[in-house]
Every structure is written in C-alpha cells, then in structure tokens.
Ligand binder design. Structure first.
Ligand code: C5P
Length: 295
C-alpha cells in the first residue's frame, strides 16, 4: 500500500495566543503540494522502517521514529514501512508530520483491504495530535483553515489553479526554538469570513494582507531566509513569496505551471546549494465534509 506524504505549506500563519502548557494558538491557511515523500506499508510480523531518498541520512532511525509511532497507533498487526525521503527535514513543510499522517493512511487502507475496520476510539484524535500539532492537517491533506494548536480544521472551498516553488537554503530550523524566540504571542487572527478566490492572483492579493508571524524569529535564527524570500519574490510571474511554518523553507505562488517551472530552473542555476522543487497546489474538493475536529 503506497501513500504520498504531500509537502504542507502555510500560506499564512497567525499566532493568536498561547495555552497554559506553552503550545501556541494558530490561525493558518494550510495547503498541500504535489511534491512530497512516499510511504509504502506491507503487513509483517513486527514493526520495521527502512528509508531511502535524497534526505534518508537525516531521518532518525529506531523505534521512536514518528512514522513507526504513527503506524502503531492504528495497526492491529505488524507493519513493515518504507519511507522515500525527498523533503528536507525540519524545514517548515510538514516533513515528519506528513510522513506520520501518510503512514496512518497507509495502515488504515491495509486494514480496510483486509476487511478489518477499526473500532471507534474516542481518544484517537488526541493521540494523533500528540504525535505532532501538524499531523491532523497532514492526515486531511486538503486545503484547510487550521486553528487551535492544529486540531481545529475547517475545509476551504476549492482553490484556483495555483503552482508553487519551494526553496530551502539547507539550514535546519528547530520548531521549538522559533516559537521560543517569538516576542508577541497574541497577534490578530484571520478575518472570520474568508473571501472566495477566483484566481491565483486574487488568492495572492488576499495573502499579501496576511502574515507568517514566525518569519521574524526564524529569520533571526537563520538569516539566509531573507535571501530566499527575496530570490523567490523577484522571479518572473511570482505572485507572493513567504516562509512556510517555522521555516526555513519559503514558497512563491504562480498562476501557471510554466512560470513555476521556469522560476525553479532559474533558482536552481543561481543557487545550486539550495533545495528547490516546483509543483501544483492541490485545489481540494467541493464535496468533502465541512469540518473535522481532532479533539
Ligand atoms: O507538535 P510538534 O511536535 O510539531 O511541536 C514542536 C514544538 O513546537 C512544540 O514542542 C512547541 O514548542 C512548538 N509548538 C507550539 N505551538 C504549536 C505547535 C508547536 O508552541 N501550535
């Protein structure tokens, strides 16, 4: 059973408060790209994980690996997992969370194929959230407005055709350090009612009024982010450039595939040391349920 672990992109990320346990309250528009890692799950005696791909060396092995922990949450028998790691780790685009979510989807599909549906478990949502605050949204892999610490997800209506270029300067930025360096923790949320975006240009114009509140602290930790955003913003056809999540991966949106692919080629030639990828933003479906609550 194979599952694609889509890169997660925070088109904007407003930090609106902080819980007493230290976790931050967010209001973020999250979308998914046709760029990502791969997970293959096969029934086995025990649990095992093998890894290949360009970033395999940076994936921590052992039983504590997030992918194995995720699989164990939903498996009723052993599973052998294989991860193809194409996304840079600790880079603000889901990474481990997307892999964990893909492992859960793959194991659930294995169980469904074998006719073994899971019994309802009222604690499962909380345990999935406990793997990482981004795991629920990655499990959905659908354009969402994400609130709470990541557990409150509202489906967005289908997005206009939009392409993305991702660029990472090759620095790992630990998420806890970025949140710790954040000075103001009660910034304004997104507007209650979101407009309908009829084009990539309209989406970008809306986003230009929004923020990623983690950009400042991440730039203080990794000043290379400034240069990445500037390079993305000045590409022909670039509609908006911003950092995703807690960085250091940044993105630019484009209205056409050709413009995105050309920009990726130019950036790769100018910055051979950066990780660059281009793909479509998954537009989402009109017929999905409206709401999912992980807790
Ligand atoms: O949940 P996850 O393991 O991805 O979070 C890593 C760290 O990022 C947390 O320990 C916390 O310091 C910070 N974080 C936060 N608020 C969130 C998500 C993460 O403060 N909503």
């Amino acid at each position: 059973m194979t599952e694609f672990a889509h890169a997660k992109i925070n088109l904007c990320l407003h930090v609106t408060g902080q819980r007493s346990d230290g976790y931050h309250l967010l209001d973020s528009l999250v979308v998914f790209a046709g760029i990502g890692d791969g997970i293959r799950a096969t029934p086995a005696q025990g649990f095992a994980l093998t890894v290949d791909g360009p970033f395999a060396a940076q994936v921590p092995g052992g039983d504590d690996n997030l992918v194995l922990r995720a699989a164990r949450l939903v498996a009723d028998q052993g599973v052998s997992l294989h991860l193809t790691k194409r996304l840079p780790p600790a880079s603000g685009i889901g990474g481990g969370s997307a892999d964990a979510a893909a492992a859960i989807r793959a194991v659930l599909r294995l169980r469904a194929m074998a006719g073994q549906m899971m019994a309802p478990d009222p604690d499962l949502g909380a345990r999935i959230l406990g793997l990482g605050a981004d795991v629920p949204v990655c499990l959905a892999s659908h354009p969402c407005r994400m609130r709470g610490i990541g557990e409150t997800l509202d489906w967005l209506p289908p997005l206009p055709d939009t392409w993305v270029v991702l660029a990472n300067p090759g620095v790992e930025v630990p998420t806890p350090a970025v949140f710790k360096a954040l000075a103001v923790k009660d910034n304004p949320a997104l507007p209650d009612a979101l407009p309908h975006w009829g084009s990539a240009e309209a989406l970008a114009a809306f986003l230009a009024e929004q923020r990623n509140d983690l950009e400042g602290p991440a730039r203080a930790i990794a000043p290379q982010i400034d240069g990445v955003i500037a390079a993305l913003a000045t590409q022909t056809g670039s509609l908006i450039a911003r950092m995703s999540g807690s960085g250091a991966t940044c993105f630019a949106l484009f209205a056409s595939e050709d413009a995105a692919l050309d920009a990726a080629d130019v950036l790769a030639a100018e910055h051979p040391e950066w990780w660059i990828a281009a793909g479509m933003i998954y537009p989402g479906r009109a017929d999905m349920g409206q709401l999912m609550r992980a807790t």
